[in-house]
Design a protein around this ligand. Structure first.
Ligand code: SF4
Length: 676
């Protein structure tokens, strides 16, 4: 028998943390051999993520060393939209970018420059540090980062001041769990075992989702609502609570404003009316309301699925208001779980320039901005931490904008994304395994230092370094500006709230408030101006196009009757990692809808509406409700037969609150075809 190979002397395990756009912020053990990452696994340092990680990040070495990795700066040689580039030095690339930015500002004004970024890393160093300083000093257009979480954020801020959430670990104490608009089996996986544990202890589970998600399969009640109808469903539960004497009047009197206005808005929504709108059995809705009213502790896990439509802001408000009206706070395992990103009190006052009073461009309307803006037109686009070609609504207009010959585009990314193909200058970015960062969980209350575990691959450089260099090359440097990534990190550490800065310096992680397991209305309270819950925020009522809690009807037409949703999958983080091999992408469709169109499992279909078309094969199954079809979020253009993805159908209209994306307002038709 051959002896086992000796452990190579250079193999070692480095501890770091995952800063990607996921609630959980796992602590990681990364195995490095001869300077290369060979394995990524969870570590026990973060007790919530408990030593295991998702399959997505296990594959991250394939991204670091994959064929699509950007290794050198490059300039475009062929037409826009094709991966035809020529390597140049960093000096040449940065000189060209700095000159183009300054030229655009001098000729057209700073607003002709548009920085475009979102969540490619959620780390505190990777966004809103030297990048923000550069663009503020240039006086560029300001980007409203609204592609995700904008409506829930607006609702959550106004109603509770983003009061901290019930911890994952405390779900086990609940007698009832309501998972609304979330699929933790795909995003934020560490919640799932706690829900299972609660069920083992006898807790009941309600899931509100158009899909039969893994948790929906195990639920006592699954409300498979039609996309965009969460608002009437939640209002019907409020109506029941108020009308049947189940509202906690004493709690509301002491701790909330606006209960009477919410009650009035809920009044028209009987179970029958709401159920008819949502396409669910009224009895199931009644049972869900009764179960919620009579269970304690009861917790609502409010996700982001209910926000991705015209009613998204009011839907989120109505869901988040449930524990207040039903009096579910004050006990461990009772209340809500939303985002915990605000609990550290971090205000990003390390950005070394004030926000200029320049125009705001909503990122969900990138196509409009690139094609229609004239005063001034966008002449320079700088894309980083983002892949707009496949993530921004109205994909055809976005691509048409990116094709403009007179638009100078920089893409600073880790791999050759669909957006990178439109770049005039490409810059290679480090991954989180090659750089420092500060990772803040928005599920578990955690804040940890991420450290490089390997040297940068190729000539990749961190964001802080590159934007700092551009500040210098555009002549915008000021005394005291950080010089490079490490100085930037120390500057950020200096400006963090005292409560977390010292811990991060001493031990690489901050101590979570209340041990990371606060009881709502015992340990934490609303951070609103008067310390009360605002069930009917006046400012949001004014901002909403038809007033708070007013339902905007389904946009379906006889021509385009099917609601198309594009939820997160277990394969990608938004579009990140979509460069990696995956099984064939198929449209998911209910058997009734398939039969009505003479479509069988495996058939080639065209999905279409007036905005565009996607060609792919179909998978028929009952895990999606009738009248709704599914394409995964985050596909790249290579994944469909004709190079378009679900965003081609997403209108660039905005949600009622927060300027969010209306992905789930896409209405389409499907027809059988022959695959090309
Ligand atoms: S993506 Fe989420 S679950 Fe996966 S390793 Fe990162 S934090 Fe953990």
């Amino acid at each position: 028998m051959k002896p086992a190979p000796a452990l190579v002397a250079t193999e070692h395990i480095v501890s770091t943390v995952c800063p990607l756009d996921c609630p959980d912020s796992c602590s990681l053990d990364v195995t490095v051999q001869d300077g290369r990452v060979t394995e990524i696994d969870g570590s026990a340092l973060n007790p919530v993520t408990d030593g295991y990680i998702c399959a997505k990040v296990r594959r991250f070495p394939e991204r670091v060393y994959g064929a699509d990795r950007l290794l050198y700066p490059a300039v475009r040689k062929g037409p826009k939209g094709f991966a035809s580039f020529q390597r140049v030095s960093w000096d040449e690339a940065l000189t060209r970018i700095a000159r183009k930015l300054v030229d655009a500002r001098d000729q057209w004004g700073g607003e002709a420059i548009l920085p475009y970024s979102y969540g490619g890393s959620n780390g505190l160093l990777t966004q809103d540090t030297s990048d923000a300083t550069l663009f503020r000093r240039l006086g560029s257009s300001r980007l409203a980062r609204t592609v995700c979480a904008a409506p829930t954020s607006a609702a959550f801020q106004a109603m509770y001041g983003k009061m901290a959430s019930v911890a994952y670990q405390d779900f086990a104490d609940a007698r009832l769990i309501v998972v609304w608009g979330a699929n933790p089996s795909a995003s934020g996986i560490h919640l799932v075992p706690h829900i299972r544990e609660a069920q083992r202890r006898g807790a009941r589970l309600i899931v509100v989702d158009p899909r039969t998600t893994p948790l929906a399969k195990q639920a006592d009640i699954h409300l498979a609502v039609r996309p965009g109808t969460d608002l009437p469903v939640a209002l019907a539960i409020h109506r029941y609570l108020f009308e049947e004497g189940r509202a906690d009047d004493a709690f509301l009197a002491a701790h909330a404003n606006g209960a009477e206005q919410l009650r009035a808005k809920a009044q028209p929504w009987t179970f029958e009316r709401a159920a008819a709108e949502a396409g669910i059995p009224p009895d199931a809705l009644r049972q869900a309301a009764e179960l919620y009213a009579t269970s304690s502790p009861a917790i609502v896990r409010c996700g982001w699925g209910q926000e991705r439509n015209r009613n998204g802001g009011s839907s989120s408000l109505a869901v988040l208001a449930l524990p207040a009206v039903a009096g579910k706070f004050g006990v461990r395992g009772g209340g809500y779980t939303m985002s915990n990103s605000a609990v550290w009190g971090i205000t990003r006052d390390w950005i070394r320039a004030s926000d200029p009073p320049t125009r705001i461009v909503n990122m969900n309307q990138l196509g409009q901005a690139l094609l229609d803006f004239n005063e001034p037109p966008i002449k320079a686009l700088f894309v980083y931490n983002s892949n707009a070609a496949v993530t921004s609504p109205n994909q055809k207009r976005v691509l048409a904008g990116l094709e403009r010959d007179d638009l100078f585009t920089v893409v600073f990314d880790q791999v050759m994304t669909d957006t990178a193909r439109y770049a005039d200058v490409l810059l290679p970015a480090t991954t989180f395994l090659e750089t420092y960062d500060l990772a803040r969980g928005y599920g578990p209350i955690s804040l940890r230092l991420a450290r490089p575990v390997i040297e940068p691959t190729g000539e990749a450089r961190p964001n802080a370094d590159v934007f700092g260099e551009l500040i210098r090359r555009t002549g915008l440097e000021e005394e005291g500006d950080p010089q490079g990534e490490l100085e930037e990190m120390l500057d950020v550490l200096d400006k963090l709230p005292d409560a977390c800065a010292a811990d991060l310096r001493d031990q690489g992680s901050a101590t979570p408030v209340h041990g990371g397991r606060p009881i709502q209305f015992v340990d934490v309270h609303p951070l609103t101006h008067d310390g009360k819950i605002d069930l009917f925020p006046a400012a949001l009522d004014t901002a909403s196009p038809c007033g708070l809690y007013e339902y905007q009807p389904d946009p379906a037409t006889a021509e385009y009757p099917l609601a198309l949703i594009s939820p997160a999958s277990e394969r990608t983080i938004s579009s990140m990692l979509s460069e990696l091999p995956r099984p064939e992408v198929k449209l998911l469709m209910h058997p009734d809808d398939a039969a009505a169109r003479d479509v069988s499992d495996g058939d080639a279909v065209r999905i279409f509406n007036a905005m565009g078309e996607v060609r792919c094969n179909v998978q028929v199954g009952t895990w999606i409700r009738p009248g709704t079809v599914v394409l995964p979020k985050g596909l790249w253009r290579k994944h469909t037969a004709n190079g378009y993805t679900a965003t081609v159908f997403a209108p660039d209209t905005l949600t009622d609150l927060g300027g969010g994306a209306c992905f789930n307002d896409a209405r389409v038709q499907v027809a059988k075809t022959v695959r090309e």
